[in-house]
Ligand binder design. Structure first.
Ligand SMILES: [Zn+2]
Ligand SMILES: [Zn+2]
Length: 364
């Protein structure tokens, strides 16, 4: 079967021929990959900033955002059958007994760092024709989501953040943790992660603002309007203006990976506010921030800063439910996130180039 792989030692990215995986245990599932999304992580791996092949392999098959069709199941599989659509989770547990999170199926909170991630770290990914994995990493998707289900994995960034946000809101006294319709949230960034996060907030009844670079006539900004959120240009309005437009900022969902703008917005976070970081900045020169202002606000306004990475199975299941809801409320906005579909034969060029919102490799 064909697959797109990186060879870190020779710094090559190319289509390879790989043996087709076979079901080897009773709880395994074999999928024909239908589509695989491309994201910034793939671009970082194919520019050799990270990405680790499996032990004893010179190459890593990339891709961690996939939609597949189940074509074969082991004798012990109970929740999936041939013909089902499904998405795959990414992180697999570390082997250590002392890692409580991994032993409980919460490898997104692994304490040893020895987890693997399909398509990223120590395990082959999904930019290929067939994949086999254990049933517990395969999440069924309703047929009505066929054209957009490849967005579920990037949506799980927001789902995991929402899970963390729900825990953090529990600290507040009763009447403050109920109805978000009186509260305002700001999403930083209007890429796929930001736009999917904004959809989650709009769907959850938050007054949602997207604060990003970009012009009012860009496709990203049209998606912001189409879902019922409001766009504020960071090129035209500094964070102090943002507060005037939004009022008390109760929640910030960061999806830029840019430290400067994130900390500038942290300095205007509101009373009892929560700031959720999801972006991973590159290693760059130190940025200047107003640490005293930020520290003063954190204490005097009961604020919380929380970082979140990866997502457990429950976040994938919630992502499936939410995507069904998004497609009922603002289908055009969801569809508009996918701006290009290219064949697996052309995947290399698609991964190495930029542009659009979300490019997707069509495999079958
Ligand atoms: Zn991704
Ligand atoms: Zn672990």
């Amino acid at each position: 079967m064909k697959a797109l792989a990186v060879f870190p030692s020779s710094r090559e990215v190319r289509l390879i021929d790989q043996p087709e995986p076979m079901i080897a245990g009773p709880t395994e599932v074999k999928l024909r990959i239908l589509e695989a999304g491309i994201c910034g992580t793939d671009r970082e791996i194919t520019s050799f900033q990270y990405g680790t092949p499996p032990v004893n392999s010179p190459h890593l098959i990339i891709g961690h955002e996939a939609l597949g069709e189940v074509i074969e199941v082991g004798s012990g599989v109970t929740g999936l059958a041939p013909g089902d659509l499904a998405v795959l989770t990414v992180r697999r547990p570390c082997p250590h007994d002392r890692c409580g999170p991994c032993r409980k199926g919460r490898q997104d909170f692994c304490i040893t760092g020895d987890f693997t991630e399909r398509g990223i770290k120590g395990a082959h990914g999904y930019m290929t024709e067939f994949v086999v994995d254990d049933e517990r990493y395969v999440v069924k998707v309703p047929k009505e989501l066929r054209e957009v289900a490849v967005l579920i994995e990037p949506l799980t960034v927001a789902e995991k953040a929402a899970e963390q946000g729900r825990v953090l809101v529990q600290r507040l006294p009763g009447d403050l943790k109920n109805d978000p319709s009186s509260l305002s949230a700001v999403v930083l960034g209007a890429g796929p992660i930001g736009l999917l996060g904004a959809m989650k907030l709009v769907d959850g009844k938050w007054n949602t603002y997207v604060y990003s670079r970009g012009k009012a006539d860009s496709p990203n900004v049209r998606i912001v309007s189409a879902m019922g959120a409001r766009f504020v240009s960071s090129e035209e309005h500094p964070p102090a203006d943002l507060v005037k437009m939004v009022g008390n900022i109760s929640l910030v969902y960061e999806a830029t990976g840019a430290a400067k703008i994130s900390f500038d917005v942290l300095s205007v976070l509101g009373v009892n506010g929560v700031f959720l970081f999801t972006g991973v900045p590159g290693v760059m020169a130190p940025v200047e921030i107003d640490a005293e202002q930020i520290m003063r606000n954190l204490v005097l306004n009961n604020q919380v800063i929380c970082g979140t990475v990866n997502a457990g199975r429950a976040s994938f299941e919630e992502g499936v439910q939410d995507l069904v809801s998004f497609m009922r409320r603002f289908p055009a906005a969801v569809r508009a996130l996918i701006t290009a579909r290219v064949a697996l034969d052309d995947a290399r060029d698609a991964v190495l180039s930029r542009g659009g919102i979300k490019s997707v490799i069509t495999v079958a």
